[in-house]
Design a protein around this ligand. Sequence first.
Ligand code: ADP
Ligand code: ASP
Ligand code: MG
Length: 362
Amino acid sequence: MLIVQKYGGSSLSSPEKIKTIAKRIIERYDSGDKLVIVVSATGDTTDRLRSKAFNLSSNPDLRELDMLVSIGERESVSLMSIAINSIRPGLAQSFTGSQIGLITNCNHQNARILEIKGDRIKQSIEEDHISIIAGFQGVSTKKEITTLGRGGSDTTAVAVTAALNANHCEIYSDVAGVHTTDPKIVPDAKLIKELNYDTMLEIASSGAKVLKDSAVEYAKRLNIKISTGHSSTGYIGTIISNDILNKNKYTALVYNDKLSYEIVENKSLFSTDISKIKLFQSYENHNIMITEKCSNNDKQCYSLTIVGNGIKTNGELLKQMYNTIAINADIIATELSDLKFSVYLSKPLDTTTIKITHSLFF
Ligand code: ADP
Ligand code: ASP
Ligand code: MG
């Protein structure tokens, strides 16, 4: 079978972790599978690279920012290949996004994949190598280096799976899979064994880092099953596909601390990257716009979202959620649909409030 595996930065943050994963990759190869590996930048490398740019300019040129942050994945592909080749010489071959022909549009920092030519990966597989591919990066139709938005290596993995017509896409991180909330905030969070694309898309776009929203959207469009698992054990905790019916009214509680807000004029809507806008609400004489956080100077805001199925039918519980949050926080906006209820806040929520809110639903 041809398997695409992706390892995220949290799983590559030390030489020991890289060596452990390298050994597991070789064991899987020895069991007879053909492997293509996508990796992210190690640990907090992308954040550190971004800070270097923001130390020089509050508004860095986006072409140059892409050139800078793409270094992170280039470092990790070579480190992973070196680790594999130190055990089995010549087995691994690293490639950048542009080397595999991952072509994107020209939207620097948030580019969309248009096509993956993939000839070099196919040749590498035929020659019995394991290809190690830099996630998150591509090359635009204008031949510039682009990146796919934060967490974009997940999208690379799904797109490579589609381009190679591979049998599986396995995404490994430092948690066993998708939980009812972030298990690092609420250790009692329960693992969700199966999810359909639409529910996972709501969870991802509400801000759960565990999978990037554009990766789920890509998987849904091309009907690619995603397995998410723990990088250190190889245990697969959650399967995401079309075949699963979401039976639960409440699926996950998502806390997002990567948002910013502004009171703006209506026309600001058209001068902002629309794909980054989460909410635009008009009140009597002002508008509030909530977007993904782009720079350190942005006025930060936060959201807590319950994702589910027909959640409006239990208004009582949603009121309890609102009241629990309102005791400790300044609510600046809310958003309600049949699939989610989001509360936006101007200050961070404390862990206890997130735990209490989680226990209301799960
Ligand atoms: P990687 O570096 O492997 O890409 P990420 O940090 O991007 O990993 O995503 C994994 C993280 O997602 C976990 O460490 C966890 O803190 C966070 N997370 C947020 N919400 C959830 C959730 N509902 N289920 C599992 N993990 C979650
Ligand atoms: N290294 C990139 C980021 O930190 C991409 C990724 O992790 O998937 O956003
Ligand atoms: Mg990630």
